[in-house]
Ligand binder design. Structure first.
Ligand SMILES: Cc1cc2nc3c(=O)[nH]c(=O)nc-3n(C[C@H](O)[C@H](O)[C@H](O)COP(=O)(O)OP(=O)(O)OC[C@H]3O[C@@H](n4cnc5c(N)ncnc54)[C@H](O)[C@@H]3O)c2cc1C
Length: 481
């Protein structure tokens, strides 16, 4: 006699999406979340009338992504409330790029412009020959068949680009894309993963946000679970996932055990295997494999709360050949080196949805790439560099500052992902989208233990962050069924 058909450990986007799908299928589920509210890394906070996530989150692709598929399957499409329309003629993304001109030049783009690279070619100041080779390369990427993309699972984006003669600014753009979309260093980012994401961007746009913030989406899913007979406990940490004779039997919180033949963990593969279940329940080979999985990078963030609206666009990308990072460059920062400049990924939630800030005010969330290590020492230097770059590129911003907050890998880990290994815990997406761990090599949703599954950005799914978490819920649901 079990208490529940299934128990879900954690209420991030992956756990909530799966819970809703299982609720729709009539399963009796219990979801247990250690934080006071569900939403995981997508939690939305409120301070002095400003509403915001702790870091910049922009979903990709803009239309027809896993969130749309999920809400449609659940029959609650009208609850999703995207803040930006693919057809919109309003500029969505502002690019600042420092290339051949030696200063930061600017263009902005509407969602549909992603299909036409010529404004970027102008920004990069490409000559005719360079335009031709860049166009040929981009066309080849977009037209690549799925089987050809799969063949790139074992190839880094850097290696892939080296097969062509490409203009420097195009390589720098792709490196920036590895850093920002995959949260990977440019020499480790998997070409298959990056090409798939670029293909989707070209046809479906990028940089979406939900009205009211991400947590509202999570709450809609939580309500769906509750309305379909499920239970949700918050502010309760699961201390262990219990296993007997190779079969899951349930979970235990500090107060009591709950029994179930199926447990699905949204807590991350490494914390699940190494801490919640315990190494002793797995074959040594599997434990080694899990320990060797590499976390992705994270974003170090500063949130600027402004007394007036200073920035026009909802999202900005600022970069140069000097600010895109590969392993060698990042190691220098980790060893105490101070970069001259850093690239920025900036989201302005109140330019997506005016309700995210008090009238006339603005919230700006600026970030740069950082190691996932919750003890990373380089954070102080990088936070200062974020301020410096923001001051340089947007001179009106700091004079309008009411107050600011800083966040980084230790906050990510505290909020959503236990540190169980050195240099891990603060990863933004989850396991790195790097060569050897993506596509056909990505860990599956099913664990070797009978009845134990994983959901969320570590397992099965593909894409950028939140969309990947929801995609993984679909895969996990199919497997459990
Ligand atoms: C800095 C940063 C920038 C990002 N930028 C983007 C972006 O631009 N676009 C994008 O799409 N995504 C972005 N993401 C990634 C995105 O937020 C995540 O990939 C996604 O939200 C993860 O969802 P998840 O379901 O896999 O897990 P999580 O959100 O990590 O949820 C896991 C949940 O499990 C709970 N939990 C863990 N252990 C236990 C336990 N023992 N007991 C009970 N509960 C437990 C946690 O509290 C948490 O709520 C970003 C993330 C960060 C940190």
């Amino acid at each position: 006699m079990n208490d529940y058909d299934m128990i879900i450990v954690g209420g991030g986007m992956g756990g909530l999406a799966l819970g809703a799908l299982l609720g729709q299928a009539g399963k009796k589920i219990l979801l247990i979340e250690k934080n006071k509210r569900v939403g995981g890394k997508g939690l939305t906070f409120e301070r002095k009338g400003f509403k915001y996530e702790m870091w910049p989150i922009g979903y990709m692709p803009l239309k027809d992504n896993a969130f749309h598929a999920l809400f449609e399957k659940l029959g609650i499409e009208s609850e999703l409330k995207p803040a930006w329309d693919y057809e919109s003629d309003e500029p969505l993304v502002g690019f600042y790029y420092k290339g051949r001109s030696g200063r930061y030049d600017f263009i902005d783009s509407r969602p549909k412009d992603v299909a036409d690279p010529s404004p970027l070619f102008d920004l990069w100041k490409l000559d005719e020959n360079e335009r031709e080779s860049a166009l040929g390369f981009l066309a080849q990427l977009v037209l690549m068949a799925p089987e050809q993309v799969d063949e790139l699972d074992d190839v880094s984006m850097k290696e892939f680009m080296a097969r062509f003669e490409l203009p420097r600014p195009l390589i720098e753009y792709m490196d920036m894309h590895s850093n920002i979309s995959l949260l990977a260093l440019s020499d480790t980012a998997s070409a298959s993963e990056q090409v798939k994401i670029l293909q989707e961007m070209a046809t479906k746009g990028a940089a979406g946000y939900f009205k009211g913030g991400y947590e509202r989406v999570g709450r809609v899913l939580a309500d769906y679970i509750l309305n379909h007979g499920g239970e949700i406990l918050t502010d309760q940490r699961i201390e262990s996932i219990d296993v007997q004779d190779g079969q899951v039997t349930g979970v235990t919180t500090k107060d009591k055990p709950y029994s179930s033949p199926i447990v699905i963990s949204n807590a991350g593969i490494q914390p699940t295997v190494l801490k919640l279940v315990g190494e002793e329940h797995f074959a040594r080979e599997y434990v080694d494999q899990i320990k060797n999985l590499e976390p992705g990078m994270t974003l170090l963030t500063t949130r600027y709360f402004l007394s007036e609206a200073v920035l026009d666009r909802p999202l900005y990308l600022t970069y140069s050949g000097e600010t895109v990072w590969d392993s060698e460059r990042y190691q220098k920062v980790r060893a105490g080196g101070v970069p001259d400049e850093v690239g920025l990924w900036i989201v302005v939630p109140s330019n997506y949805d005016s309700d995210m800030a008090p009238e006339g005010k603005q919230i700006v969330i600026a970030s740069t790439l950082c190691a996932p290590d919750p003890q990373a020492k380089e954070v102080e230097v990088l936070w200062d560099k974020i301020d410096e770059m923001v001051g340089k590129l947007f001179p009106d911003l700091l004079p309008a500052l009411e107050f600011k907050e800083r966040g980084g890998p230790s906050q990510v880990s505290k909020l959503a992902r236990d540190q169980v290994l050195p240099n891990q815990g603060g990863e933004a997406i989850g396991l790195g989208q790097i060569v050897g761990q993506c596509g056909r090599h990505k860990p599956a949703s099913k664990s070797p233990i009978q009845g134990l599954f994983y959901v969320g950005t570590d397992a099965g799914g593909y894409g950028v962050g939140t969309v990947q978490a929801v995609d993984s819920a679909f895969n996990c649901f199919a497997m459990i069924e």
